[in-house]
Design a protein around this ligand. Structure first.
Ligand SMILES: *[C@@H]1O[C@H](CO)[C@@H](O)[C@H](O)[C@H]1NC(C)=O
Ligand SMILES: *[C@@H]1O[C@H](CO)[C@@H](O)[C@H](O)[C@H]1NC(C)=O
Ligand SMILES: *[C@@H]1O[C@H](CO)[C@@H](O)[C@H](O)[C@H]1NC(C)=O
Ligand SMILES: *[C@@H]1O[C@H](CO)[C@@H](O)[C@H](O)[C@H]1NC(C)=O
Ligand SMILES: *[C@@H]1O[C@H](CO)[C@@H](O)[C@H](O)[C@H]1NC(C)=O
Length: 405
């Protein structure tokens, strides 16, 4: 077991060039990577997040033990105050509070007004508590939100290397986070719409397989779909009514197959989450996937928690096909694998082939039976459409790009 210490973080400066049309603002994203054993914790972190998301209720907050694990995440630069100070915030569709202060401290300006409220949010791993402010939030030069409620984190855990979160999940997820007023906190998307800065509450997210250790390899679009970022047509699935996936950006996958193996046989609810690194399947579903790859096993003993795939089985692997809406979205073999040259970064051993599909930690039937995380989203354009209450996916330029293990 490697020490869970000295996780140095490397950032790449955000590319400032952002494209924008009238009410559509596209912002570059930075893939956040860490050196050393950072990703050693990733599957465990993902699983902890999964079990937390499943058990989350809107009635209040829960405090979990702080642990020295962190996620691989996507961040975007967000300005707060006037003049703005810029913070690197995790882009999270699985939560809805926006806060700063876990890295760079809050630089208050004349626009920063305390609301007199306390805020407390618990995540799958980590938490923050602090005080709520109203401030000017700059997402892009032409997307400046006035009077946005944001948290100033005073106590927190598990946010190494980032300054906070920009929460782009449904507003109901803020229920129970504010006190003494137990009101919902309008999200940045809510306010951008209300203030006429965007025309529709739609978020477009383009992730791509990172080419280097630190890579500005994605963009996020506030307010609509950037048609230049996908090819063909978008395929939509309505936000699911199945609880608890319904609290999030939840959808039903109608079938999931891997070669001749049927991993998910019937319509099943789960969520799409930019805050989860891997693709997670309920344990019984995962076991079927495992059966499809001779000799594969979970490396729980060695503590990476990752799927280990015998080199001899790689050539016989099959695409993992998610049926969403009327379209099949496939993770080809390459998309199911950790590139060998990334093993060290993932906390793995040289020469071992690891996989990116993981185990949720509970059997299916819980109403949140999969998490479509970054490793799926790096193949497709994703659209979180609150206007029409649906999630869409489209093919991108890298959907069919190949990585040779
Ligand atoms: C917050 O959650 C509680 C408990 O589930 C519920 O009774 C209440 O209506 C919710 N509040 C809002 C504003 O949605
Ligand atoms: C923000 O709050 C200030 C002070 O309460 C108010 O004057 C201003 O109109 C508000 N701006 C918006 C866009 O709501
Ligand atoms: C996708 O590829 C086409 C053809 O090479 C290119 O014109 C287009 O700019 C690319 N789109 C993106 C978003 O990179
Ligand atoms: C979605 O999946 C759940 C099981 O997770 C199922 O009960 C529900 O009927 C499905 N909804 C639709 C519309 O198929
Ligand atoms: C796990 O650890 C055992 C014992 O140290 C070793 O033999 C094996 O190769 C390791 N497997 C992986 C996938 O790292």
């Amino acid at each position: 077991m490697q020490p869970f210490s000295c996780w140095a973080l490397l950032f790449v400066a955000l590319v400032a060039a952002s494209r924008s049309t009238s009410s559509l603002v596209t912002i570059p994203l930075t893939k956040l990577d860490r050196t050393g054993s950072y990703l050693q914790g990733s599957p465990h972190a993902d699983r902890a997040r999964a079990s937390f998301l499943k058990t989350r209720t809107t009635s209040g907050s829960t405090t979990v033990p702080a642990s020295n694990l962190a996620y691989m995440q996507y961040t975007t630069s967000v300005g707060v105050g006037s003049p703005a100070t810029y913070y690197n915030l995790v882009v999270d569709t699985g939560s809805s509070n926006t806060f700063i202060g876990t890295g760079k401290t809050y630089v208050r300006t004349s626009t920063s007004a305390p609301t007199g409220q306390h805020v407390n949010v618990t995540y799958g791993l980590g938490f923050f508590t602090g005080v709520e402010y109203s401030d000017t939030v700059t997402l892009a030069p032409d997307l400046v939100i006035a009077n946005q409620s944001i948290g100033d984190a005073l106590q927190y855990a598990d946010f190494e290397g980032v300054d906070g979160i920009i929460g782009v999940g449904p507003v109901d997820l803020t229920n129970g986070t504010l006190s003494p007023d137990n009101t919902l906190i309008p999200t940045i998307m809510n306010n951008a719409l209300k203030q006429g800065l965007i025309k529709k509450e739609i978020l477009g997210v383009l992730f791509a397989p990172p080419a280097t250790y630190n890579d500005t390899n994605g963009v996020i679009t506030y307010g609509g779909i950037d048609h230049a970022l996908y090819t063909g047509k978008m395929s939509y699935a309505p936000v699911t009514e199945t609880y608890p996936a319904s609290l999030f950006w939840g959808i039903n996958v109608t079938e999931l197959t891997c070669g001749t193996h049927t991993v998910i046989p019937q319509s099943t609810a789960g969520i799409v989450d930019t805050g989860t690194t891997l693709v997670l399947l309920a344990d019984d579903f995962f076991d079927v996937y495992l059966d499809a790859i001779p000799g594969a096993y979970l490396d729980d003993d060695n503590n990476t928690g990752l799927l280990v795939i015998p080199s001899s089985s790689v050539a016989d692997m099959q695409p993992l096909n998610f049926k969403i809406g009327d379209t099949v979205f496939s993770m080809d073999i390459a998309a199911q694998l950790v590139p060998l040259d990334q093993n060290t970064a993932w906390g793995g051993q040289a020469g071992v082939q690891y996989g990116v599909v993981g185990k949720l930690g509970t059997d299916s039937g819980g109403g949140l039976d999969f998490i479509i995380g970054q490793k799926f989203m790096e193949k497709y354009y994703a659209v979180f459409d609150a206007h029409s209450n649906r999630v869409g996916f489209g093919y991108t330029n890298h959907t069919f790009s190949k990585y040779s293990p």
